[in-house]
Design a protein. Structure first.
Length: 213
């Protein structure tokens, strides 16, 4: 519980921590942001890394002149595309047998099955929609690899989803950074956006299941 409380506090005050990071590392902080986005989307063991909240926070920092949008946007878009690509190739390599792997500290097969259900519902568009859904975005490209999705088709949806996710959330953070109310309540707004992004797919799946029944 103590570690969970620390993690939640870190997410809620992410902009403050990142501001300190930028002050300490300077331009090296862009590489850290690249690694976080790449790892969250590229490796199944890192679905807990901040994705949405990080993008909102760096967008906010760009709005106050701490970060450069012309570096953030292309570098993080590249990180998102490469991360999904690595995840897809891993899924192609491991194949369907991964569904039978036992749950461990680093791997939860339940998350994989949720992503599979999401992929079955939306097909290639799942790669676009999943970008805006925590945890699912980490597993969706892996499932596409397991399903042997066509390479060109995968990269098409991968590119659209990655560009949209990075651009929209960073721009939202940038825009909100110019609103005085947001500056004083940024933590609550970030929490609200995270909760909404988690709730929407749950509601959507529930509605779909109800229709099927």
């Amino acid at each position: 519980m103590q570690y969970l409380a620390i993690f939640i506090d870190f997410i809620l005050h992410l902009h403050t921590h990142l501001n300190s990071l930028v002050a300490y590392m300077g331009n090296g902080s862009y590489f850290i942001f690249f690694l976080i986005i790449f790892s969250e989307t590229g490796f199944l063991i890192f679905p807990f890394l901040p994705g949405d909240s990080l993008l909102l926070a760096v967008g906010y920092l760009a709005s106050i002149g701490t970060l450069d949008m012309y570096i953030l946007l292309p570098s993080l878009m590249l990180a998102a595309i490469l991360g999904n690509t690595i995840n897809y190739l891993t899924g192609r390599w491991l194949g369907p047998k991964v569904f039978h792997f036992p749950q461990s500290r680093w791997f939860n097969p339940g998350h994989l099955k949720k992503a599979q259900h999401f992929y079955e519902l939306y097909g290639g568009l799942a790669l676009v929609f999943a970008r805006f859904i925590p945890i699912v975005r980490t597993f969706a490209p892996f499932v596409a690899g397991i399903a042997a999705m066509n390479w060109r088709r995968f990269q098409f949806f991968n590119g659209i989803g990655s560009l949209a996710w990075i651009a929209i959330l960073i721009e939202v953070g940038y825009f909100l950074g110019h609103i005085p109310f947001v500056k004083h309540h940024l933590s609550l707004i970030v929490l609200g956006i995270i909760l909404v992004s988690i709730a929407l797919p749950i509601i959507g799946c529930a509605i779909q299941n109800r229709k099927n029944n």
